[in-house]
Ligand binder design. Structure first.
Ligand SMILES: *[C@@H]1O[C@H](CO)[C@@H](O)[C@H](O)[C@H]1NC(C)=O
Ligand SMILES: *[C@@H]1O[C@H](CO)[C@@H](O)[C@H](O)[C@H]1NC(C)=O
Ligand SMILES: *[C@@H]1O[C@H](CO)[C@@H](O)[C@H](O)[C@H]1NC(C)=O
Ligand SMILES: *[C@@H]1O[C@H](CO)[C@@H](O)[C@H](O)[C@H]1NC(C)=O
Ligand SMILES: *[C@@H]1O[C@H](CO)[C@@H](O)[C@H](O)[C@H]1NC(C)=O
Ligand SMILES: *[C@@H]1O[C@H](CO)[C@@H](O)[C@H](O)[C@H]1NC(C)=O
Ligand SMILES: *[C@@H]1O[C@H](CO)[C@@H](O)[C@H](O)[C@H]1NC(C)=O
Ligand SMILES: *[C@@H]1O[C@H](CO)[C@@H](O)[C@H](O)[C@H]1NC(C)=O
Ligand SMILES: *[C@@H]1O[C@H](CO)[C@@H](O)[C@H](O)[C@H]1NC(C)=O
Ligand SMILES: *[C@@H]1O[C@H](CO)[C@@H](O)[C@H](O)[C@H]1NC(C)=O
Ligand SMILES: *[C@@H]1O[C@H](CO)[C@@H](O)[C@H](O)[C@H]1NC(C)=O
Ligand SMILES: *[C@@H]1O[C@H](CO)[C@@H](O)[C@H](O)[C@H]1NC(C)=O
Length: 513
């Protein structure tokens, strides 16, 4: 998933609260912080007392299953007031563009690129202020207790969150040849030989500073002259190449908005990758660890996934890598920075700001999956994630039903199998009726070595599949050996505990921290 893990809302409501209550109510109060800091030692009695104390004012964020983790980031005026800056100070700052690596499909009109990102201003926030703001994101620790490199990371992420989005801005995107393509690390990507041009997007940015639109590239040349004196070439049509062509793209007037556009032919294989707890260690299901792994520690790959991916990139012809995480847009740069140092180059999707309310957060993954499937109706997709995302558990098998023949493989890391700290239940019922050759729940990255993606044999027979199509996880009688057996009441309490640990930082900017 991205950094929001979802509870099975109906299960929660039925077993714990007795009734569903989808309305949005205020988030839990700051008092929850003291409770959470008591730690997990006296866990059972704590969970019980917590449950008893939950009145009708329990946040519906908890009820709907979206933790306040990376939820409700401050925007606009709230950033200005938190940082104590005014409009004139803001006006003096340069405009920046977050430009996400794009994919393009081949159409009758030419290459059709999906340009998406965000326009914002980055206030110059001093270190002491950033420290104060960063502390809000840390549970049971504070920035002065971290290593210097961890402090930098925490300040960096905090600075990225406290930006002011710019609405109603016209964005001009420049496309230029000359991408630095790494051999064998880019999934069959070649440099486009042409396509230099500047295009102003048809719509200005949204209220949240976002832009997301398809534009048609003109078939221009790349280089007008070179040392041998003649032209450098043109874009290849999508129906005459199987290679993925790469073009630089950067926004006018922004020094840091550089990205790459991938022109992806109509047929071939695309892998859609979730990031947290599959390509990197996040442990989102352990809130304190999840926050440290996101806000303080350097991003670390999970097991030998980089080697598995490098191998796929080198052996599967013209494999298109697409990274799709529901982590909020504001922290995209840190994800891209890690991914492109560690995994094959590819296009990217994160959660845009106008998808930040609860129901939209729950639907964003499906929205982004539908978009890429519809853009490449003839390509076959490999879907990669882990079991700790309830949206993945629902959406991935649904893609098999909604787009017959387009899902080649689904791979899900079983996080419960390796992490005793994972208390999140997950629902496998969506997989009922899907051919077992098409999917695999796996335990270690090495389990992926013997799968045959191109041949459609996605289940490595050495990995036992004992999937029952219902809720799984601790408390459902199928926990890893040695684990406590939970009853649904306890489970519900544990999940609320996990959720309220996120509560402390939510109201902070609302209170003008
Ligand atoms: C840092 O910035 C804040 C306003 O955001 C200001 O109140 C504070 O005095 C500044 N601290 C230093 C050391 O400059
Ligand atoms: C490729 O597509 C273009 C535009 O649709 C068409 O004009 C051209 O004939 C096609 N080429 C081949 C080899 O099918
Ligand atoms: C954006 O471009 C449109 C069309 O060219 C123009 O009408 C509008 O005034 C521009 N908006 C801004 C904020 O520059
Ligand atoms: C296209 O962009 C490349 C890289 O910036 C540059 O070297 C080349 O001269 C450009 N060609 C044209 C026709 O603008
Ligand atoms: C220069 O142009 C010639 C003729 O189109 C081409 O063969 C050659 O590869 C080009 N050189 C570079 C460095 O792009
Ligand atoms: C662009 O134009 C060149 C030269 O006419 C042609 O060879 C090439 O197929 C065209 N590419 C696209 C994408 O239309
Ligand atoms: C965007 O940048 C290009 C290249 O620097 C320039 O030619 C063009 O005029 C700029 N367009 C706008 C709308 O700023
Ligand atoms: C972005 O691309 C432009 C044009 O190629 C270049 O001038 C600029 O240095 C690049 N910025 C970064 C951060 O790579
Ligand atoms: C934070 O780190 C990322 C990745 O290293 C970098 O791209 C970004 O510019 C940094 N952001 C700030 C606000 O320092
Ligand atoms: C290209 O992508 C657009 C946007 O998703 C889609 O509407 C269109 O049908 C696609 N075209 C082709 C030929 O697949
Ligand atoms: C995940 O691992 C746990 C512990 O080994 C096991 O009980 C469960 O059945 C596995 N789930 C799936 C879907 O394979
Ligand atoms: C798990 O599945 C294997 C076959 O894949 C089977 O031999 C074994 O009996 C199953 N175990 C359980 C506990 O169902």
């Amino acid at each position: 998933m991205a950094l929001q893990r979802l509870l099975p809302a109906s299960l929660f409501a039925a077993t714990v609260l007795g009734a569903a209550h989808p309305m949005i109510t205020p988030a839990p109060s700051l008092e929850a912080r003291q409770i959470a800091e008591r730690g997990l030692d006296d866990y059972a009695s704590y969970a019980k007392s917590l449950l008893g104390s939950l009145g009708s004012d329990v946040s519906s964020y908890v009820i709907s299953g979206v933790p306040q983790y990376f939820q409700d980031f401050p925007t606009g005026d709230k950033v200005e007031s938190s940082l104590g800056i005014d409009d004139s100070q803001l006006a003096a700052l340069p405009t920046q563009v977050l430009n996400l690596p794009a994919y393009a499909n081949w159409t009758d009109q030419g290459w059709n690129v999906r340009v998406h990102g965000n326009v914002y201003k980055q206030p110059n926030t001093n270190e002491s202020k950033l420290n104060d703001l960063a502390n809000v994101f840390l549970i049971g620790t504070s920035i002065d207790q971290l290593q210097p490199s961890e402090q930098d990371q925490a300040r960096n992420l905090t600075a990225e969150i406290f930006v002011v989005q710019q609405r109603d801005v016209n964005v001009t995107m420049n496309f230029r040849t000359g991408v630095d393509v790494r051999p064998d690390a880019s999934g069959g990507v070649v440099n486009a030989k042409g396509g230099n041009q500047s295009i102003t997007l048809p719509y200005p940015t949204t209220d949240e500073g976002d832009f997301d639109t398809f534009i048609i590239l003109k078939n221009t040349t790349g280089v007008t002259s070179n040392t041998t004196g003649t032209d450098g070439g043109y874009l290849l049509p999508g129906n005459e190449t199987s290679s993925i062509q790469a073009l630089n793209m950067y926004a006018n007037g922004s020094e840091i908005g550089n990205a790459t556009a991938y022109l992806v032919p109509p047929t071939g294989f695309t892998i859609v990758n979730d990031i947290d707890d599959i390509l990197r260690i996040t442990k989102i299901y352990e809130p304190k660890e999840g926050l440290l792994n996101s806000f303080a520690r350097a991003f670390t790959p999970w097991q030998d996934m980089p080697e598995i991916y490098a191998n796929w990139s080198a052996t599967i012809p013209d494999f298109h890598f697409h990274y799709l995480t529901t982590t909020p847009e504001q922290v995209t740069r840190n994800y891209m920075d890690f991914i492109f140092k560690t995994y094959p180059l590819g296009s990217f999707d994160t959660r845009p700001l106008n998808f930040s309310d609860v129901s939209a957060t729950l639907s964003i993954r499906k929205f982004l999956l539908d978009k890429i499937f519809q853009t490449f109706p003839q390509r076959k997709f490999v879907l990669m994630a882990d079991t700790s995302n309830s949206d993945v558990m629902k959406d991935y098998p649904q893609m098999v039903k909604d787009y017959p023949g387009q899902v080649q493989c689904i791979f899900l890391r079983n996080t419960t199998a390796t992490d005793s700290g994972d208390l999140f239940p997950y629902d496998t019922s969506g997989f009922k009726g899907i051919d077992q050759e098409k999917y695999m729940f796996f335990v270690n990255a090495d389990d992926l070595r013997d799968v045959d993606i191109v041949g459609g044999n996605c289940w490595n027979k050495a990995v036992k599949q004992n999937v029952t199509f219902e809720y799984q996880g601790r408390g459902f009688g199928n926990s890893a050996s040695g684990a406590v057996s939970w009853n649904p009441y306890m489970l519900g309490a544990a999940l609320i505990l996990a959720m309220v640990q996120f509560a402390p930082f939510v109201p902070s900017w609302a209170l003008g921290l």
